[in-house]
Design a protein around this ligand. Sequence first.
Ligand code: HEC
Length: 216
Amino acid sequence: MNDDVKRYIYSALMVFLVGVMIWVAIVFVNACGFSLNCQRGSTLPETTPVPTLIPATMPAMQMDAAPAAASDSCEVAATDLIGAWVEAGSPESDTFQFTDTAGVTCETTFEEVLPLFTRANLWYSGSMSCASCHSVNLAVSPAQLDMSSYEGILAGSRRADEASTGTDILGGGKWTSSLLYQFIAESQDVPGHDAALSASLTVHAGMPVPETETTP
Ligand code: HEC
């Protein structure tokens, strides 16, 4: 064999090897980019049927859990909430218990009862607040009743002046026979009470009483 043929064979081999290397490089860069720690080989993250949607990691919500989570407030009919407060002896700052619509025993304070008397647009759409009629000013307040504060409510109706107390509207702690119950839950022949205030109004109030372990 002469040298010319040898050179042709060697150069053909070189061209072939360089071509193979370029091809491998192109395939690598195409797949991994100009990086040596290629992620393509690592296991795929777990996905949902939607490929780009990573499955949630939070525990699923328990719909059948009997006691509501501690952060959940109780739901109760407004009249039942006021009634429970009255039956508990109308405490000013002590907690009182009530049973919510799900039958769970809950507790709250008067703080969550007062807004039922001072907030407008509550009992029905466009309703006036009780305190807007039954204001602190007894001279203009119907039935000389002040529904705007704890003291006013406890002082009662038909008061001679700011210093005196009048008729107990809380029925001496008997809710269904109280004037307050009658003027909220039953319709009366006076302005502001001509239709029974929605007895179906439910509100969120209080927290479930933590269950105590009962010994067998
Ligand atoms: C539009 C004004 C108005 C609004 C609002 C109103 N009341 Fe009255 N309320 C009256 C009038 C008028 C009377 C009857 C006064 C009378 O008989 O001299 C009355 C009477 C009462 C009485 C009876 C007092 C008694 O000794 O006879 C109670 C209790 C009472 N209201 C509570 C409430 C509560 C609670 C609310 C809110 C849910 C409320 N009122 C909202 C006007 C209003």
